[in-house]
Design a protein around this ligand. Structure first.
Ligand SMILES: [Zn+2]
Length: 499
């Protein structure tokens, strides 16, 4: 059974799926795993005819606590400011909107049908007021959860809230030290965090209507409580034992007296065994990924493996991408046989709009075709133009040298390694090539002549590869020769045989 169906077995009829993300930087490919997993769960519930809503929050009240490399200098003064209050790097709107729009575009491309909301709207519109009042009134219970999980004493002057400093506008630097039922006492500290410095202001302020936010573990639990979220997953960074997910779940139970949502912990994408990170430039970002695989295949990649298994994805000089295409084609086949089978369902849940017709030509073959001249017609006939674009990018950026070949304009130097028998073989090709139109037949014909000449099959085809691409291996020779101009083939074979 598909993991997502198993997870949802026997669940309540009315569901609210929620996920959230902080819009503060370029999204690496692993950042799509949460949205796609949640969207998949939502699609399954819809297929099952259940009542489901899928909401997705942009946590834009968070402080800017790190910056993309290109903004490190110019945006240093915004460190500690809420994301929704700093300007956009391109001058249009806010910092949060800039990155949020990138995610909105990805949602469109990947057909992720979530209702997007902004945390700043929820705070400013007073939707969280009830939760803020509740956590302040029950600060002792929150402290107890923290001290139980972290095994340390939490001081009585710590309150689960941060205000936006009315003096310097920072939120990452403030701490709340008291609560009288109407206002909180706060301090904008110079040394609370290493990445930003507060202005030192001490004062009292209302915590409501967007003037303050809860720490994100509290905000998480508050959301579950206020909206009745039934399903919300978390990536490994939060979902490990004693992590933020555990804290939020315990707060939900102990502070709000409510059962937390169904847990869906999911693992990272790895790059050579390490966690991908856009800020450290490890792994692929979403643009790079979508340049080499289709949106359908991005969905497929995110859901075909159980969420709690890490996926290694270093596509450089590996077969990871061609293998993904092979898998996708295999699952398309399973879908054809039985759309309700596990594989069939995974394929269906990867689709965007109408179910796509998947070619049976392997990506590895296509990656050879795009390197041969005169294959455009063939690619068009097989309806592979879109995948051919991906294949070209794969060859350029990711394929190992042994998979790249160029038909050489000049006679390659390596032809001096050819034997007399191999040269004899080339002369026969020059005489016979005009009689051939079908690559399969030509392939067989070449093999047979080689055999007649007592050449091994390796030496037979090496004669062609060495003469045309300067390597001792290459794509299927029948296809290669017929992709070239026949006069060029004849001339090259004759010239090489005379050396
Ligand atoms: Zn301040």
């Amino acid at each position: 059974m598909f993991w997502a169906e198993e997870l949802l077995q026997g669940k309540i009829k009315k569901n609210l799926i929620n996920d959230a993300w902080t819009p503060s930087g370029i999204i690496h490919m692993g950042g799509l795993k949460g949205p796609i997993i949640h969207d998949t769960l939502s699609r399954i519930l819809k297929i099952q005819g259940k009542d489901v809503r899928f909401t997705f929050g942009f946590d834009d009240m968070d402080a800017i606590d790190g910056l993309p490399q290109n903004l490190k200098e110019s945006y240093g003064r915004y460190m500690g400011i809420p994301i929704c209050n700093a300007p956009s790097p391109d001058g249009n709107g806010t910092f949060g909107e800039y990155y949020g729009n990138i995610m909105r575009d990805l949602f469109k491309k990947l057909d992720i049908s979530a209702e997007i909301y902004l945390a700043s709207d929820y705070y400013r519109n007073g939707i969280y007021n009830k939760a803020i009042e509740h956590v302040l009134n029950n600060a002792d219970k929150v402290r107890k959860v923290y001290s139980d999980i972290y095994k340390k004493t939490i001081e009585r002057d710590w309150f689960p809230l941060q205000v936006i400093c009315p003096e310097c506008g920072k939120i990452g630097t403030t701490k709340v030290t008291g609560w009288d039922g109407l206002e909180v006492e706060f301090e904008c500290s110079k040394s609370l965090v290493k990445w930003a410095e507060g202005c030192g202001r001490i004062g009292k302020i209302s915590p409501f209507n967007g003037l303050a936010t809860m720490p994100f573990k509290l905000e998480w639990a508050s959301k579950w409580w206020i909206f009745g979220v039934t399903i919300e997953g978390a990536g490994k960074d939060h979902a490990s034992a004693g992590g933020a997910y555990d804290v939020a779940r315990k707060i939900c139970k102990d502070v709000f007296g409510q059962e937390p949502p169904i847990p869906v912990p999911y693992e990272f994408f790895l790059y050579d065994g390490k966690k991908m990170s856009s800020s450290r430039g490890v792994g692929l970002n979403t643009n790079e990924l979508l340049e080499v695989i289709s949106p359908q295949m991005v969905r497929f990649l995110m859901i075909k493996t159980k969420p709690n298994l890490a996926i290694e994805f270093n596509p450089y000089q590996t077969q990871i991408i061609p293998k993904l295409y092979d898998d996708y084609q295999r699952f398309a086949q399973l879908h054809k046989i039985d759309p309700r089978s596990e594989g069939g369902l995974i394929f269906e849940l990867s689709q965007i709009g109408i179910t796509e017709k998947v070619s049976s030509i392997r990506f590895a073959t296509l990656a050879q075709w795009v390197q041969m001249p005169n294959m455009e017609e063939k690619i068009k006939k097989e309806n592979l133009e879109k995948w051919a674009g991906f294949a070209r990018i794969w060859v350029d950026r990711y394929a190992s040298e042994s998979e790249k070949f160029n038909v050489q304009k000049e006679i390659p130097k390596t032809v001096n390694t050819l034997s007399d028998k191999q040269k004899e073989f080339l002369i026969i090709i020059s005489k016979e090539i005009d009689n051939h139109l079908d690559p399969e037949n030509l392939q067989k014909y070449l093999y047979d002549i080689g055999k007649d000449l007592h050449l091994s099959s390796k030496d037979t085809f090496a004669a062609i590869y060495i003469s045309f691409i300067g390597k001792d291996h290459g794509p299927k020779a029948g296809w290669l020769l017929l992709s070239l101009d026949k006069n060029f083939v004849k001339q090259r074979c004759i010239e090489v045989s005379r050396i």
